[in-house]
Ligand binder design. Sequence first.
Ligand code: CP3
Length: 339
Amino acid sequence: MSNKRPLILRAFDGESVERPPVWFMRQAGRYLPEYRAVRKGHTFLTMCHNPELATEVTLQPLRRYPLDAGIVFSDILLPLESMGSQLEYVPGTGPVIRNPVRTATDVAALKEFDPVRDLPATMETIRMCIEQADVPILGFAGAPFTMACYLIEGQGSRNWPQVKKLMMSEPALFGALLDRLADAVGDHLQAQVDAGAAAVQLFDTWAGALTPDDFRRWALPASRRALARVSGAPRLFFTKDSACFLPWLREIEADAYALDWRVDIDRAREILGDVPVQGNLDPQSLHAPHEEIRRRVHRVIEKAGPRGHIFNLGHGLTPDIPPEGVGAAIDAVRSWSWS
Ligand code: CP3
């Protein structure tokens, strides 16, 4: 293994591998007692802006489990703070922006985002993690549409009424906002690659709230614009509730696509064609008895096939998930052999 390329990079290249590489979205976080212990003394934002603390919590899951990659500890909403948002993480509510963007004046007032100047801690965390970990470190950002959701609505929402109101009543303004966000998150991903990230993932968590027509008109070209600014490492695109978008997903021109659990991974591969995929275990499976976890993990691997598959969940780990279930899933992936 020592002189071989890391398993995850071989899977991104579409090589046949003995077993899929495995990492989990939100693998650092509140389901881990060691995370809660660090978090007790600091706010979430303080941790994101402090390279020592961010490095510590990035490495925690890598010490506990034999994962094939780490993901830098940060949050998709940090660039919005640099652009002028008054961002807070409110227990029970999640992220809240006190000054949401709703008008042309609000859009014009957004500040330029320069990732190296504005988020030096993230780049420093990547460099420190690379020194201390023996697996590749991934970077990430929020996709333009998902960023626009928080920026306009001001907090998480089921139906995103303010977002859709602006999209439908002021399409030119909405388009200009997506363009600005696309350039910002594209530059943010490139800065993470320049700091050493082995691959980057763009999270379009809320694109599934759109109709297929609106997805193609707004979310898709904005993510393509963001990813077109990034080179030098594989670029993954994640969206939730994306089954009906599969026929057009490749137009985003990502290097790999991360799928949620509501889609059959074999069927998705047929539609997507020859491109690596990541996913797609239902995170709630990790509450199941370990034998059932193992059965479900193996079912995903079997359906995905031996080439170009990165094992992951269909969405992030949530605070209620037992760490033992996470361990059982990783063991099940590692015990698989295609030969
Ligand atoms: O995956 C990792 O381990 C890396 C870190 C990471 C976080 N957020 C840390 C975090 C990543 C990749 C994200 C991405 C993110 N953040 C997304 C896209 C992925 C997804 O899950 O859909 C979104 C939509 C956000 C915005 C955000 N940040 C939400 C909705 C929340 C949860 C609020 C809550 O209280 O449940 C956050 C906060 C957050 N981001 C936490 C962590 C570990 C919890 C903060 C805490 O300790 O209180």
